[in-house]
Ligand binder design. Structure first.
Ligand SMILES: Nc1ncnc2c1ncn2[C@@H]1O[C@H](COP(=O)(O)OP(=O)(O)OP(=O)(O)O)[C@@H](O)[C@H]1O
Length: 362
């Protein structure tokens, strides 16, 4: 196999063929395995990345990703078939604020059969993907983790929903909610003012880092259709948003402001400061170019084949993230919140509010 893919070396004098040694194979599931390979002298991980397509054909695999493990050792992620054949059910909502850890939010599963978690506190998330790819699943999972914290006043949700769809279920539990252009610009402006106010509070308290409390809650800004508000929307909208969004993205993390943005058509002009989003997820994409635009340079070549995810409902929620440590793409699937899961999250997040409304109505 290595020979067919030009991954062997030949001794110049003796003519002996050196074949890279397989150190270990780990099977995560019938569909995915990791093969650890010791590189031959003179070989680079990049050489193997460039041979990934040929390796996939030779191994009869759908995809081969190449991960740098340590000097001279790489791991080949060999995906033979779709690892995610079932919809992933979200775990129970955390019952109380203590149980909800925003340092480690459960989002779904990885191709290695492990939980897919990501920190939300002090982080921004970007979710790219074609229409119908399931972008909102990631947002809903973040909100489920936040539900008891919203109820207890420790998290405030600011929602920008230009399409007025699905996320409108959040209206009753949102601190701020906007659908039309003027309201969106106003909401963004007030979010930035909140962050500036927070800066003053922290300075007065002599603190440099934010701690989540009722006085200083986590302000979570959710932007559905980031592209519309930063790029291809009406000029008054995009101008207003562009005036503050870069400031919010660059300064709010340490002040208790997090942003989750969803994006359909990832192009340069609509992704503001991509690198400020610490978690970037690329679900099914319509073009190869979109993948690197969301995940970062070279990620498609290194195995994030999001544009090859079939455009069928059974693929919703499947995509790629980049492992922080090795900078290698990893296939993931977000858990799916159905209408009853969303209703439950809104009920828990809005509990005192709902109680109050019921009491008044009664
Ligand atoms: N994580 C998931 N697992 C399984 N199915 C999902 C998942 N997420 C979404 N779906 C299914 O895919 C459909 C499309 O999802 P959704 O509308 O969230 O996609 P989207 O990317 O937000 O699309 P748009 O950009 O058009 O709003 C949903 O109606 C649901 O049936």
């Amino acid at each position: 196999m290595a020979e067919a893919c030009n991954l062997v070396t030949v001794h110049r004098v003796t003519g002996v063929i050196n074949v890279p040694r397989i150190i270990r194979i780990r099977s995560h599931s019938p569909s995915t395995e990791t093969v650890y390979v010791r590189l031959l002298l003179g070989q680079t991980p990049k050489l193997w990345e460039e041979a990934a397509d040929a390796l996939a054909v030779a191994l009869k695999a759908e995809r081969v990703g190449v991960e740098r493990v340590r000097p001279q050792v790489i791991a080949l992620i060999v995906q033979r078939s779709e690892p995610f054949t079932q919809v992933i059910i979200p775990p129970d909502l955390p019952g109380d604020a203590d149980a909800a850890s925003l340092g480690r939010v459960y989002l779904g599963e990885t191709e290695h059969g492990t939980d897919w978690n990501a920190p939300l506190l002090g982080q921004h998330w970007l979710v790219g993907g074609a229409t119908g790819s399931g972008k909102n699943s990631v947002t809903w999972m973040a909100l489920r983790a936040c539900a008891p914290l919203i109820r207890d006043g420790l998290v405030r949700v600011h929602v920008i929903n230009p399409k007025g769809t699905e996320l409108n279920a959040l209206k009753p539990v949102s601190y701020r909610y906007a659908e039309n252009d003027a309201d969106i610009v106003e909401l963004m402006g007030s979010f930035w003012e909140t962050m500036q106010g927070r800066k003053r509070v922290l300075a007065e308290q002599g603190r440099r880092t934010f701690e989540m409390s009722r006085e200083t809650p986590l302000d979570l800004l959710i932007i559905d259709e980031l592209g519309a508000v930063t790029g291809y929307g009406d000029r008054s909208l995009t101008r207003g948003v562009q005036a503050v969004l870069p400031l919010i993205l660059s300064q709010s993390r340490a002040l208790g402001g997090s942003v989750i943005g969803a994006l359909q058509e990832p192009t340069k002009d609509v992704i503001p400061q991509r690198d400020l989003f610490s978690l970037r997820v690329c679900l099914r994409a319509t073009s190869a170019g979109h993948v690197d635009m969301v995940l970062g340079e070279d990620m498609r070549r290194r195995g994030a084949l999001a544009d090859e995810i079939p455009n069928v409902p059974a693929s919703a929620g499947i995509g790629f993230v980049v492992k922080q440590r090795s900078r290698t793409p990893m296939r993931v699937r977000a858990a799916y919140c159905d209408d009853s899961d969303i209703a439950e999250l809104v009920r828990v997040a809005g509990w005192p509010h709902t109680e109050l409304t019921t009491a008044v109505a009664g």
